[in-house]
Design a protein around this ligand. Structure first.
Ligand code: 6PG
Length: 475
């Protein structure tokens, strides 16, 4: 291990998949990187495997050697498990830091933790940054999308490095300082919420094609592949197409056909939902996706229920592939629109001044939800879309107008066939809610006033009112 004291541009602590990929990406772009890891025996093999990048990597075993190897003011990126390990790390490193140093949590952290930590750093002369990193291992190694929070001081320090390593969309680095304290981690959380909804919607279309269309995995994969040439073009469709066409070497079956239908989740989808509800926002497409993952894990319950809850699905015309493509497009727009509304609500609540256009721009490459649509969303927000009201931007509402009929037909066909499409249905129900000036909450208010004297407003008069309600008729 060659020791270079104090000249590393950045330190990366945590040599798991994401941390090691980011360290190599930084080294690839000419930065000197000090690296360390809780399990010290990972360090030498990591550096040995780095080939020509070895000269730019400094391995350090102790935390004090690691900090000492980094030039001041220091930038130290932590890629470690979120929660308690990050708090323990802050406690351990704080005495070793100097005025102006910045530590960055690049994991999927709860933005509430990031806000708490940022507040604790205030006035210490040290800085804490919550940075969302998207793109998986491949993205981290060759160009992730990064959502940065924290102070302007830290952003000045980090900008040259993160702009160099970020994915580029037509030359524009997919990274931005989005706001103070937890803004970066919040935006990453909502990114993941949208990711959950988008994955679920794709899986629902796959389910329809499989269970009512009788199509095989490779056939569905080929259809998805074709969609890459249209408005659905995106990383998640690309991934789904490739996955569906993959063959299991052991059985010769499509690999997806031998995978247990039980999905994991680390929690960011759920966090999006919780925060959306706290902000009074509807995140129904994301809720449907989180709920579907929950139900997927209850395999035993579903297997027991199948013979006990039988259904004779009515015959329905199976929607043509073009309808499925347009249905997915409409639902994808609506899923993103819900995400942007959550961002707008949080921005107002926390006074973050989030820039929806810039967020759309940095999601155009590198991240998991990158898609052709994000360029349209960026243009809409740069143009006349009010912040957060994506569906009202003319270019977007025209796209919806052309595709919503297909979503309606697909959801109707799925309902008639008894196939659950919770995220697609939620998108449609949300669309039908927002496009009606007169809703049904007048009856909810009547019910509330009836049993709880909660009061209501009238259409024709100011101020709170109460009803003189008819008595309940006993029959
Ligand atoms: C990304 C992803 C990533 C996430 C995984 C798994 O943007 O690169 O969102 O951060 O951890 O996709 O998430 P789940 O285990 O919750 O599905």
């Amino acid at each position: 291990m060659i020791m270079h004291h104090g000249d590393a541009d950045i330190g990366v602590y945590g040599l798991g998949t994401m941390g090691s990929a980011l360290a190599l990406n930084l080294a690839d772009h000419g930065f000197k990187v000090a690296v360390s890891n809780k399990e010290a025996d990972w360090i030498v093999p990591f550096i040995d495997a780095s080939g020509p990048l070895e000269a730019r990597l400094t391995g350090t075993e102790t935390l004090s050697d690691f900090v000492a190897a980094i030039a001041r003011p220091r930038s130290i990126l932590f890629m470690i498990p979120s929660g308690a390990p990050m708090d323990a790390m802050i406690d351990a490193i704080m005495p070793l830091l100097d005025e102006g140093d910045t530590i960055i949590d690049g994991g999927n952290a709860d933005f509430n933790d990031t806000r708490r930590r940022s507040a604790a750093f205030k006035g210490t002369g040290r800085h804490f940054v919550g940075m969302g990193v998207s793109g998986g291992a491949e993205g981290a190694r060759h160009g992730p999308s990064m959502m940065v929070g924290g102070t302007p001081h830290s952003w000045d320090q980090l900008r040259p490095m993160v702009q160099a390593i970020a994915a580029k969309f037509e030359g524009d680095p997919c990274v931005a300082h989005l706001g103070p304290d937890g803004a970066g981690h919040f935006v990453k959380t909502v990114h993941n919420g949208i990711e959950y909804a988008d994955m679920q919607m794709i899986a629902e279309v796959y389910g329809l094609l499989r269970d009512t269309g009788g199509q095989s995995a490779p056939e569905i994969g080929a259809l998805f592949e074709g969609w890459q040439n249209g408005p659905l073009s995106s990383y998640l469709i690309e991934v789904s197409a490739a996955a569906l066409k993959t063959v299991d070497p052991e059985t010769g079956q499509p690999l997806v056909d031998v995978i247990l239908d039980q999905a994991g989740q680390k929690g960011t989808g759920r966090w999006t939902l919780i925060e959306a509800l706290k902000l009074g926002q509807s995140a129904s497409t994301i809720e449907a996706a989180v709920g579907a993952r929950g139900w997927s894990s209850e395999k035993g319950t579903r297997v027991t229920a199948e013979p006990q809850l039988p259904e004779m699905p009515q015959q329905s015309d199976f929607p043509p592939p073009a309808d499925l493509e347009h249905a997915l497009l409409a639902a994808r727009i609506l899923g993103h629109a819900q995400g942007f509304r959550i961002l707008a609500a949080a921005s107002a609540d926390f006074d973050w001044q989030l820039d929806m256009a810039r967020i759309s721009e940095i999601w155009r490459a590198g991240c998991i939800i990158r898609s052709a649509l994000l360029d349209d969303f960026a243009a809409a927000f740069r143009g006349d879309a009010p912040q957060g009201e994506l569906v009202l931007a003319p270019a977007i509402s025209e796209m919806l107008e052309r595709s919503i009929g297909a979503l309606r037909r697909v959801v109707a066909a799925a309902v008639l066939a008894g196939v659950a499409v919770p995220s697609l249905s939620a998108a449609l129900a949300w669309y039908d809610t927002i496009r009606r000036g007169r809703g049904t909450a007048n009856l909810i208010q009547a019910q509330r006033d009836f049993f709880g004297a909660h009061g209501f407003e009238r259409l024709d008069a100011e101020g709170p009112h109460h009803g003189i309600w008819n008595p309940i008729q006993k029959t």
